[in-house]
Design a protein around this ligand. Structure first.
Ligand code: DX5
Ligand code: ZN
Length: 222
């Protein structure tokens, strides 16, 4: 039976105090780490070294989202660094998708396939029996703080009709729209701004936002 999971993305955290930021989300189910290479997406973020550092500071499983070209070159580095879940984008592994997914699984971590908003589900149809989770982007990947793309809702519903595993939604999720995402069939919620950015969360503490998403989410789910 799937559960609602909340995965705060550290992309909007205070990097000068990551230790403190991780404490603020100690009721999270996963810690989402957005790896960007400046090629697949127009931004550069973290590498395996940061994953390794975070691993030492938390017992929460690390959900590493690779937004990079040629991910196969770096998979073992991220797994050695401490990734527990690893997702790769179908847009960059069209030619060798099964092989890459197999590589991730052979290292003993959960393998996810990620899709940009405009990539149709048909692109991953044949992989559904191989992956542990599907990550649907609800913004164009690259930056935190963008607006949730409403057109992804029918895509979630369509995927849920044919797939019983974990569906992770990433981009623009907040306290106003998370219910719609769950009702459509997603069970893992990624949120950066809504959890870490004071501009977005206001007075609410990160833990409270996580708790509300989980409690209410589980009520909707069951
Ligand atoms: C976007 C990243 C997301 C991002 C979400 O490229 O994959 O994980 O951090 O940020 P928010 O929740 O602010 O949209
Ligand atoms: Zn992400």
């Amino acid at each position: 039976m799937l559960k609602i999971k909340v995965a705060p993305s550290i992309l909007s955290a205070d990097f000068a105090d990551l230790k403190g930021e991780l404490k603020k989300i100690n009721n999270a189910d996963l810690v989402h780490i957005d790896v960007m290479d400046g090629h697949f997406v127009p931004n550069i973020t973290f590498g395996p070294l940061l994953v390794k550092t975070i691993k030492k500071e938390t017992v929460i499983p690390l959900d590493v989202h690779l937004m990079i070209e040629e991910p196969e070159k770096f998979i073992s580095d991220f797994v050695s660094a401490g990734a527990d879940l690893l997702s790769v984008h179908i847009e960059v592994i069209k030619q060798n998708a099964s092989e890459v997914i197999g590589q991730i699984k052979s290292l003993g971590v959960k393998a996810g396939i990620a899709l940009n908003p405009q990539t149709p589900l048909s692109a991953v149809e044949s992989l559904l029996s191989e992956v542990d989770f599907v990550l649907l982007m609800s913004v164009q990947p690259g930056f935190a703080g963008q607006k949730f793309k409403q057109e992804v809702i029918p895509k979630i519903k369509q995927l849920r009709r044919r797939w019983k595993g974990d569906i992770e939604l990433d981009g623009g999720i907040n306290l106003t729209n998370f219910r719609d995402v769950i009702k459509a069939g997603a069970n893992i919620l990624v949120a950066a701004s809504a959890i870490f950015s004071e501009t977005y969360r206001g007075e609410r503490e990160p833990q409270k936002i996580i708790k509300e998403m989980k409690d209410e989410g589980n009520k909707i789910w069951h």
